[in-house]
Design a protein around this ligand. Structure first.
Ligand code: SF4
Length: 235
């Protein structure tokens, strides 16, 4: 499988490798990348929900229960200009976990690389999915000069920052994740298969700063009021 160069670089970073050109690590990664496709069965589900705010704190509007609070400063900040959210669940599937367990017994160094490749790969697949959802929504809105497009916030996951991990159980129910993707949320809050992610993306009528991914990913970079004032919008 030809992996995007950014996947390899991210995987090397997850392994703590400083030099992405290190020949030993690079060849290990390339060897695993060649066959990783055999162990990937990417499944995903997503739904779009309206959100409202109480005292500045967002909550998802749905039928049962009527309100799902999105607690914490992260959701409050990222969603402050949003009217809807995309709730996503996605996984690389169980075959990846099986192969990881085999490698852990046979060759622990390879297992570390394989694990890192899986983490980098699911992130990349979610980036691609996010791009296609945004393109679909803007297409649906019939975007032209007179009707502004919609914009996404950064994607953020349960357990990241102060977004509660317990929300994963709600997302499992809302997206029927067991049936649609094979994802099970365990009582501990972890998920099976291990390379599974649940996430939120805010939808706004206004361009959104890249508060998590940083200025290099921000569509406001050329007109940023923060940077003009010598500061940034993120930590
Ligand atoms: S500081 Fe400006 S350019 Fe950087 S992420 Fe925030 S809004 Fe975007």
């Amino acid at each position: 499988m030809k992996l995007h160069p950014s996947v390899m670089q991210t995987a090397l970073r997850y392994c703590g490798v400083r030099d992405p050109e290190d020949p030993l690590w690079k060849s290990r990664m390339e060897e695993l990348a060649d066959s990783i496709d055999e162990y990937i069965c990417f499944h995903y589900a997503y739904r779009i929900y309206p959100i409202s705010f109480q005292d500045g704190q967002p909550y998802i509007r749905q039928k049962k229960p009527k309100r799902l609070p999105l607690e914490g400063e992260l959701a409050r900040t990222l969603l402050s200009e949003c009217t809807k959210v995309v709730v996503i669940g996605a996984t690389l599937g169980l075959a990846f976990d099986r192969q990881l367990r085999i490698l852990e017994k046979q060759n622990p160094a390879k297992a570390i690389c394989f694990d890192a490749l899986g983490s980098a790969l699911i992130d990349r697949k979610l980036d691609d999915l996010q791009d296609s959802i945004l393109a679909y929504l803007n297409d649906l809105e019939g975007w032209d000069a007179s009707s502004p497009p919609c914009f996404f916030t950064d994607r953020f996951s349960c357990g990241y920052g102060d977004l509660p991990l317990s929300l994963q159980k709600d997302f499992e129910r809302m997206l029927d994740l067991q049936k649609t993707t094979g994802i099970h949320v365990l009582d501990s809050g972890m998920m099976s298969p291990t390379k599974s992610v649940t996430a939120l993306i805010g939808i706004s009528d206004y361009p959104q700063p890249a508060r998590i991914r940083g200025c290099a990913h921000c569509n406001l970079s050329s007109s940023c009021p923060y940077r003009k004032g010598g500061t940034v919008c993120h930590v």
